[in-house]
Ligand binder design. Structure first.
Ligand code: ADP
Ligand code: F6P
Length: 323
């Protein structure tokens, strides 16, 4: 039996490309004569019934815009079974025969709960953090990492002019992907990641002193926010080496901005894939990008998958940072 109506929501931290994904879901559904309901503010809006119909024109002129036209939210209540059941009831009341959830792994856990309550959910990975185990790509990462890289380039101009040590903290919650990419792409001397358990302040200072002895005058340390303690590190570096040190926390500027071509493309194709799954009667799935192809996994299995940092990238960052 063909489906007639689906919902779509964005949840968790917004990511550039979410709008392109919403647009793709809406237009693909309409091409199958399926009506689309846009749920505002993630699970919060689902519980509140903050739901509007989305037609093709409603998603015009959004492919190039960062953020999410549906707004997003973090909804603590949704962690509780009682609210998940209410969410499932809301999907039924509004006649949704499928629900596309665009977000990170937290949002997918919400989708999994709804799926276990009989709602046909499909997840599209949307987070700048790239920390979803089942997929090699998450919408927003490319734009965020380019924004962070661009900001670091600017910091390098002033850092080199003053012969300083710049410590730049980038986003990524407990995952080091943005930091590792930024470190390699900006040629930082040191990268400090939540996944690294063996790097000490003494190692960092030794590295700076060795590089200084080779003639290096300014230094860049990229720190993933999950590690934190950047101010204390700056203080220590300055105190021990005498090199003036400054901390910049890039923060939310990394989450905004017009999505890159890569993010628009992944978002567009993942949106088509998600709706195709619902049309084929497949649900409880997460759309993923693996080895150059769009695939999908059972949501329960997907959430069990762990992502390891690339050893090849870690090795390259070490080799290439010796000046
Ligand atoms: P992200 O989706 O970017 O990882 P969060 O981890 O903040 O972001 O999760 C977004 C929202 O998903 C939460 O505010 C909550 O509404 C829902 N969520 C997260 N974890 C769970 C869970 N274990 N059960 C149900 N809902 C969850
Ligand atoms: O998950 C995306 C992300 O930007 C993380 O990198 C960061 O830790 C977090 O969201 C910040 O959340 P908030 O916008 O609530 O401060």
């Amino acid at each position: 039996m063909s489906i007639k109506k689906i919902g779509v929501l964005t949840s968790g931290g917004d990511a550039p490309g979410m709008n392109a994904a919403i647009r793709s879901v809406v237009r693909t559904a309409i091409s199958h004569n399926i009506e689309v309901l846009g749920i505002k503010n993630g699970y919060k809006g689902l519980l509140a019934g903050d739901i509007v119909q989305l037609k093709s024109r409603d998603v015009s002129d959004i492919i190039h815009r960062g953020g999410t036209i549906l707004q997003t939210a973090r909804c603590k209540e949704f962690m509780k079974a009682e609210y998940q059941e209410r969410g499932a009831d809301m999907c039924r009341v509004f006649g949704m025969e499928g629900l596309v959830v665009i977000g990170g792994d937290g949002s997918f856990q919400g989708a999994e709960k709804l799926a276990n309550l009989g709602i046909n959910t499909v997840g599209i990975p949307g987070t700048i953090d790239l920390d979803i185990g089942c997929t090699e790509y998450t919408i927003g990462f490319d734009t965020a990492v380019n924004t962070a890289m661009d900001a670091i380039n600017r910091i390098l101009d002033t850092s080199s002019s003053h012969s300083r040590c710049s410590i730049v903290e980038v986003m990524g919650r407990n995952a080091g992907y943005i930091a590792l990419w930024c470190a390699i792409d900006t040629g930082s001397e040191i990268v400090i990641l939540p996944e690294m358990h063996d790097i000490t302040d003494d190692d960092i200072i030794k590295n700076i002193v060795e590089n200084r002895n080779r003639g290096k005058k300014h230094f860049l340390i990229v720190v993933a926010e999950g590690v934190g303690a950047s101010d204390a590190l700056a203080h220590k570096v300055e105190h021990i080496t005498g090199i003036e040190s400054r901390v910049t926390v890039l923060g939310h500027l990394q989450r905004g901005g017009s999505p890159s071509a890569l993010d628009r493309m992944h978002a567009s194709l993942m949106g088509v894939h998600a709706v195709d799954l619902l049309v084929e009667g497949k649900a409880k799935r997460v759309v993923s990008y693996v080895k150059g192809e769009y695939v999908d996994y059972d949501i329960n299995e997907a959430l069990k998958m762990k992502k390891e940092l690339s050893q090849e990238m870690l090795r390259a960052s070490k080799i290439l940072s010796v000046k």
